[in-house]
Ligand binder design. Structure first.
Ligand code: NOJ
Length: 571
């Protein structure tokens, strides 16, 4: 019997509600749509859902600008519909965590409307106000971080868009109001939260200006134009220096401890996962967050054996060093990043590489987070017409490119299309029907559907095809569930200098699982007979992405195919 908590054994699946399933035929995903797909998720082998923001929002940042924290967006349904979604999920053994945005609200939130109305109102100090911009700080979304409000004759601070004013977390009333929000959803029975942008909650108290000789738009452009490694390094340093006074400031750990204490008032091991890779957010291992994402793993152009090995060594060593050992959490994609299929593809072996990426997620030590659509191989869909962009950050950048940086409209459209997050948020493909079965034929979906839904990149076609990515995914998910070492086993890297393939063991007292992921197009023959955990034992194949007889193999001469995912038990 495992002593692990549910969030350590679970596989999480991120639902971007606007694009997941449209239940009422208006071109926008909703609760009814999600409810109709719960069976799909539990059959697939998913254990928990992370629901991206479902709150009322003016949608400047598609839900990450919240105007009411204790309600639901009307386009998604009613609060009762949400309760149904929660109950129906729980009935199927699916946990549900919500997105909690602490750093900022919408500028349409009643708190901000009140705060900006005068310098004397009861919420006057709920946001960060100054008579004049105290420095040159930038917002990471739309240029200047300070925006003027005539009613107060003052400027407010926003790390993200001007429609997302930062809350003043030094004010205890803000904290109380937000902990009430947290209790509201915990009382309804949600299983935890994914914490948005916790790193940016506090700013440098001395308001030290940045020293980068550019503004945000210029820096973005420099990033695009950087060619040599030295240029790239310089741009990344600038990026870091531009924002370093606006995140990672002291105080946030005490705050996370308080939040943990709120969750601990509830039964059921409610959990917190932070949108940050800093292991310091786990506190002593049990007094802050339960998980932080292993973002460094995904910050690479290519997933190589070397990169993964270095990443695992670093992360797992840090987690082990905590007073109460921390638990790993891996992901390769979300609503902010290019889709796995596109990002780690090479344009020729994309399908094979996608299978390797998914296998990596499900075999590494730690809780995996998958992003909706990954399971059918959805890829980025670049919007080339800037008038069709829905991501305000990209529209802003397009306009700056054309108007300030004098970049031609065609190139600007291309750059905006590449940098926008729209490309990885397009609607889910449920079938080969028009609009990918996401919404009715005669209805325009909120974002264009990637036309490749008609080439087999859809759930219905793949469900009927035993060799599809979807069925591959399902098999791997079920294998993981039935194989304790894949969930709780230690990670032991093997063949530590191999470049083409990545091999490792997952080992508990009673089970040892060998995983080989061949990231190259070459077949190879591997010798594991000198590995102490394998020496003198046999290898019984459990899973392979190749057509291979599931039988015993010789550890001295293990043949691995090009791009093969190979999983076996060592006995
Ligand atoms: C991180 C979220 O993942 C992203 O989508 C959002 O735009 C920002 N935080 C601001 O809330």
């Amino acid at each position: 019997m495992t002593t692990l908590k549910w969030w350590q054994t679970a596989v999480f699946y991120q639902i971007y509600p606007r694009s997941f399933a449209d239940g009422n035929g208006d071109g926008i995903g909703d609760f009814k749509g999600i409810i109709s797909k719960l069976e799909y998720l539990s059959d697939l082998g998913i254990d928990a859902i992370w629901l991206s923001p479902h709150f009322p929002s003016p949608n400047w940042d598609w839900g990450y600008d919240i105007s009411d924290y204790q309600n639901v967006a009307p386009e998604y349904g009613t609060l009762d519909d949400f309760k149904t979604l929660l109950n129906e999920s729980h009935k199927r053994g699916l946990r549900v965590i919500l997105d909690l945005v602490l750093n900022h609200t919408s500028d349409q939130h009643p708190w901000f409307i009140e705060s900006k109305s005068s310098r004397e109102n009861p919420k006057a100090d709920w946001y960060v106000w100054f008579d004049a911009p105290p420095n040159n700080w930038q917002s990471c979304f739309d240029g200047d971080a300070w925006t003027y409000v005539p009613e107060r004759g003052q400027y407010y601070y926003h790390y993200f868009m001007k429609q997302q004013p930062d809350l003043n977390w030094h004010n205890p009333e803000v904290k109380q109001a937000m902990w009430d929000v947290v209790r509201f959803w915990l009382d309804l029975g949600v299983d935890g939260f994914r914490l948005d942008a916790i790193g940016t909650i506090f700013e440098d108290a001395n308001l030290v200006p940045h020293t980068v000789p550019m503004n945000l738009a210029e820096l973005r452009r420099a990033r695009e134009l950087a060619k040599t490694p030295a240029e790239k390094e310089q741009v990344e340093k600038y990026w870091h220096d531009m924002f370093k006074h606006q995140w990672g400031q002291p105080g946030v750990h005490d705050l996370m401890k308080e939040l943990r204490a709120v969750l601990n008032e509830y039964d059921g091991d409610r959990m917190l996962v932070g949108e940050d890779d800093d292991i310091a957010y786990l506190g002593d291992g049990e007094d802050e967050l339960n998980l932080v994402f292993n973002f460094p793993l995904m910050r690479t152009q290519r997933l190589t054996a070397d990169h993964i090995r270095r990443n695992q060594k670093e992360r797992l060593t840090q987690l082990e060093a905590l007073p109460v050992k921390g638990w790993a959490c891996n992901t390769l994609g979300n609503h902010d990043s290019s889709r796995v299929y596109s990002r780690y593809g090479d344009g020729i072996h994309d399908a094979e590489l996608a299978r390797l990426s998914l296998a990596l997620m499900l075999t590494l030590k730690g809780t995996p987070f998958l992003y909706n659509g990954e399971e059918i191989g959805m890829s980025d869909y670049i919007i080339t017409d800037p008038t069709k962009l829905r991501d305000t950050m990209a529209t802003w950048y397009y306009e700056r490119l054309v108007n300030e940086l004098k970049v031609g409209p065609a190139e600007a459209a291309l750059r905006a299309g590449e940098m926008t997050r729209d490309k990885n948020r397009t609607p889910m493909h449920w079938s080969s029907a028009p609009n990918g079965g996401f919404c009715p034929t005669n209805v325009a979906p909120w974002l264009p559907v990637n036309p490749n839904y008609s080439d087999g990149i859809n759930v219905a076609d793949q469900r009927d095809n035993p060799t599809s990515l979807l069925n591959y995914y399902g098999r791997l998910l079920h294998l993981r569930k039935e194989t304790p070492a894949l969930i709780e086993g230690d990670y032991i890297p093997l063949h530590k200098t191999s470049r083409e393939y990545f091999s490792f063991l997952r080992k508990t007292k009673s089970q040892a699982i060998l995983v080989v992921l061949n990231f190259s197009d070459g077949r190879t023959e591997l010798d594991f007979s000198r590995v102490k955990e394998i020496k003198g034992k046999t290898i019984r194949v459990l899973f392979s992405s190749d057509e291979r007889i599931l039988a015993g193999e010789n550890p001295r001469k293990l043949r691995i195919g090009a791009y093969e995912v190979f999983i076996a038990e060592v006995k």
